[in-house]
Design a protein around this ligand. Structure first.
Ligand SMILES: Cc1cc2nc3c(=O)[nH]c(=O)nc-3n(C[C@H](O)[C@H](O)[C@H](O)COP(=O)(O)OP(=O)(O)OC[C@H]3O[C@@H](n4cnc5c(N)ncnc54)[C@H](O)[C@@H]3O)c2cc1C
Length: 449
């Protein structure tokens, strides 16, 4: 579609997955896009301070892969060149859940890729850097978003420029992809405007992660393993995925204070206590390549910007700044890339008359609700654990029973298995489970129990 220039300059705060994909989305609609990142950006796939979560398993859902392909055509090739490991959906990751150790492994017809978060981010950054009208400025920490004198719009940002003091940059549009959303919330506070209401799901998740060299005698039955505990008593789980460089990344963790230790021996002891021995058996003699990285994630947070009566013109939060999900479900990067695709579509479809930037945030907040409905409903599954804090959905017991029966049906029927994986990968909304024929079959399964 022919793009319409809707502004001279857009500024993006943060060069994480949301910021980079947003920059890709903006490049056709602005003369210049400037991305300001507080970190030094390594030329190789390496960890950096601003994204501590990158030391942990980062699964890319197929929806995220499709969104990245939409923004950066043939992006899969970049993943392959970065050493990502192809994974046949439904077959290559051994899923272990109560009653199914393992769940039936079947080729469900598409291929995903596993790689480290730094490798995925580096591949996206490489594409962004290749766009002539996008500039990435590292070591630039944004201090504040600058409001117009009437407080109705924003005019740019002030940032600290790697030692040489404070500078300002003007922008027709400021996209806040800072993860925490502090620049947006700071602006709303300084203008005396209301903050968005928040829905939270408190889980106090503790994560520990180690990287291992894949041993020569590793199983050929699977390339990765995902082990679930037995809700509501055992919230422990483990996820082991292959990485570039013939390595496994293993993340283990639990909710509500069941935190895995931070030393190598303790890591193995915790892995041994998972509901099944598969991960422990795979790693116990494998060579550990680094120390244990830990992360605490208190709660999933959804900020309801869509409920605000008004919002400063020319400002748009995106990615985790709007909604961050329990990472166990592996949704954040993919949702960020899908939001960037939505932003691109909105910009492309904005009319040639009027002021598209004036309408942008309210339309974006409205339309993205459909996009985050399914990932948020997945995050509510944490209410299966009684200690989970927050507003438990009214029909939750029925949702759980339906889900358990659906899994049993999926184990028997490859078409239902495929459908559940499509929902898990955010290719289809959860509302597909309301199909009358499927509901009838799931209820029949429930009656068998
Ligand atoms: C432990 C853990 C595991 C996860 N696992 C997965 C997974 O398996 N799959 C998945 O899809 N997602 C996963 N996620 C979520 C994923 O990391 C994020 O949802 C995704 O990266 C999108 O985040 P973002 O770009 O909005 O924010 P971030 O990734 O946090 O990026 C924000 C960027 O903004 C920069 N920044 C912040 N403030 C400023 C400022 N003032 N000025 C300039 N720059 C600034 C930061 O340095 C950073 O580069 C996981 C998260 C956690 C915590």
């Amino acid at each position: 579609m022919a793009s319409i220039q809707i502004g001279k300059q857009a500024v993006v705060i943060g060069a994480g997955m949301a910021g980079l994909t947003a920059a890709g989305a903006l490049a056709d609609s602005f003369d210049n896009v400037v991305v300001l990142e507080r970190d030094s950006l390594p030329s190789k796939p390496m960890h950096r301070a601003g994204t501590p979560q990158a030391r942990h398993v980062h699964g890319l859902l197929f929806s995220g892969q499709c969104a990245l392909n939409e923004l950066f055509p043939a992006f899969e090739q970049d993943l392959l060149s970065a050493g990502a490991v192809p994974l046949t959906a439904g077959r290559d990751v051994r899923i272990e859940r109560p009653g199914y150790d393992p769940f039936p492994q079947r080729d469900l017809g598409w291929c995903g890729y596993a790689a480290s978060r730094p490798a995925i981010e580096r591949a996206v950054r490489h594409r962004v850097e290749s766009r002539a009208n996008i500039t990435l400025r590292q070591r630039c920490r944004v201090q504040e978003v600058l409001p117009a004198s009437n407080g109705e719009a924003v005019t740019g940002v002030r940032y600290e420029n790697g030692g040489s003091g404070s500078e300002t940059i003007s922008a027709d549009l400021v996209v806040d992809a800072s993860g925490r959303g502090a620049p947006t919330l700071g602006l709303l506070r300084s203008l005396g405007r209301p903050l968005p209401e928040e829905t939270t799901i408190g889980i106090d998740l503790g994560y520990s992660t180690c990287i291992f060299s894949i041993p020569d005698d590793a199983s050929t039955e699977w390339k990765g393993v995902m082990t679930f505990g037995q809700a509501p008593h055992d919230s422990r789980g483990g996820l082991m995925l292959p990485l570039e460089g013939n390595r496994w990344m293993v993340t283990i963790g639990g909710r509500h204070g069941d935190v895995p230790p931070g030393d190598g021996e303790g890591f193995l002891t915790y892995a041994k206590a998972l509901r099944t021995p598969t991960i422990y058996n795979a790693i116990r003699h494998a060579k550990r390549l680094d120390g244990v990285a830990r992360y605490g994630f208190p709660e999933s947070v959804r900020r309801h910007f869509e409920r605000l009566d008004s919002f400063p013109r020319g400002l748009l939060p995106i990615g985790d700044a709007i909604c961050c999900f329990n990472p166990v479900y592996g949704q954040g990067m993919s949702v960020a890339a899908m939001e960037a695709c939505l932003l691109k579509r909105l910009l492309e479809n904005s009319g040639e008359t009027g002021n598209p930037i004036a309408e942008l945030a309210s339309i974006f907040f409205k339309e993205m609700q459909a996009l985050i409905e399914t990932p948020w409903s997945v995050a509510t599954l944490d209410f299966a654990f009684p200690q989970t804090r927050g507003q438990r959905p009214a029909d939750f017991e029925m949702t759980l029973k339906f889900g358990i029966a659906l899994i049993r049906l999926a184990a028997e029927d490859p078409a239902v298995h495929k459908l559940t994986l499509e929902v898990q990968h955010l290719l289809k909304p959860r509302s597909v489970y309301r199909d009358p024929d499927l509901v009838r079959r799931v209820f029949a399964k429930m009656a068998e129990a």
